[in-house]
Design a protein around this ligand. Sequence first.
Ligand SMILES: [Zn+2]
Length: 263
Amino acid sequence: MKSHMRALLVSCSFRHLQSGSGLSCILVLSGISRIQITKLYLISRKSENYWQATRDSEREVAIRGGKKLIMIDKLLLGNYKFRESDFSPNIDHYRELASSQHPSVLWIGCSDSRLQTGHITQAKAGELFIQRNIGNIVPVHDWNFATVLEYAVVHLKVEDVVICGHSNCGAIRALDKESTDSYIPLWLNNAREAKVRVDKTISPPVTPLEKEERYRQIEKENVRLQMEHIYTYPLLKKAVDKKRVEVHGLYYDLENGALTRIT
Ligand SMILES: [Zn+2]
């Protein structure tokens, strides 16, 4: 089995290993069944050692439990790069964040992997308190959501609450489908009213363009619906009535990267 992996990064909890025993440690701990290594780099850091193995000609073939070691190593390598290019140069900022957080925004968004909240808003770490779920939903009578909301409004004292929907949302399209799933249809019941409202105001779509436009309308209506839901939480309504908090609806377009207000 061949892998397209360009680098294998393995962290080891033993701090006093020499290179030879270190390699054995990597192979044993990671359960790598077959690996070809021609270069081995030890990158030392204060609290841990990272081993980075690369191969000159062909790429590594590394298998753990029958699974290629691709994504997790990419993530670890990405973290290493982040520490080098961002964390270290801004160490004062991150040290301050390590002791406390003072976000001014509670952001409620969809779990969709294409949405990177901090990236699309250029918000820095510490600025957004984030709750993400399928369909950017504000469920009524939900302990998980209520806890996030209470902590954000009462303790962190955020000034703005954002509910952000997006284009091509799988949750919204799923409202049209029959499902045998156990949990997803129940969760989506929190958004079903958005579909009902839109379908009452438009003719049944015929062309692909009309069908896409209908979904966009439901995605936006769903944001309005969730803005209604959030007012059912007394602590939020009280904060809004006292003008301590404002609730905003936003919509992110995956096609052009634009974030716009929903009114
Ligand atoms: Zn979505």
